[in-house]
Design a protein around this ligand. Structure first.
Ligand code: FMN
Length: 147
């Protein structure tokens, strides 16, 4: 349920699990958190006002880690990635995740996020990185087996 793997009607609802969470909240005895598509303050508040315990925000916070503070300061901040309208939904979801990881990697290097990153570029970067890490891991496994 990430990125463009969700259909348009679902995306238009923003906090797209909210109705589902309301039904669960009626019978659940544990605290609930709603995640998925929250990137505007009003939507986050709607989630909390609905009675669920927590609003989970992943993508928007990866783009703007200061989001809650900006909202508190009254700024209208709606962090969004470049939309991915690919027909292949699993690939679109993978590219969405890659674009999110791209932002997190930049933050870890104390660099500004680039929400407008091309999803193809983010996908290529993440595939190369995954390959490099897999190689590193295999080498480590071999070294451990030899020790
Ligand atoms: C980098 C990253 C890591 C995530 N890790 C998990 C996880 O470990 N378990 C999980 O259930 N969901 C995970 N998610 C999914 C999020 O909790 C969330 O449901 C999803 O990203 C949709 O919300 P969003 O529109 O705010 O990103 C992750 C999402 C991102 C972007």
């Amino acid at each position: 349920m990430m990125g463009s793997s969700r259909d348009e009607r679902t995306l238009a609802r923003e906090a797209y699990f909210l109705e589902f969470a309301r039904d669960i909240a009626a019978v659940a005895t544990m605290p609930l958190m709603v995640t998925g598509g929250i990137r505007r303050r009003e939507v986050a508040e709607k989630v909390i006002d609905s009675g669920v315990a927590m609003a989970g925000i992943a993508t928007a916070l990866a783009i703007e880690p200061d989001l809650p503070r900006n909202w508190r300061l009254g700024r209208v901040d709606v962090p969004s990635l470049k939309p991915i309208a690919w027909k292949n939904k699993p690939l679109a979801a993978t590219a969405h995740m890659a674009a999110v990881k791209y932002q997190l990697t930049r933050l870890s290097h104390r660099r500004r996020t680039v929400p407008g990153v091309s999803p193809i570029w983010a996908l290529v970067v993440s595939q190369i990185d995954a390959k490099r890490r897999a190689k590193q891991y295999r080498r480590w496994m071999q070294a451990m087996a030899a020790a």
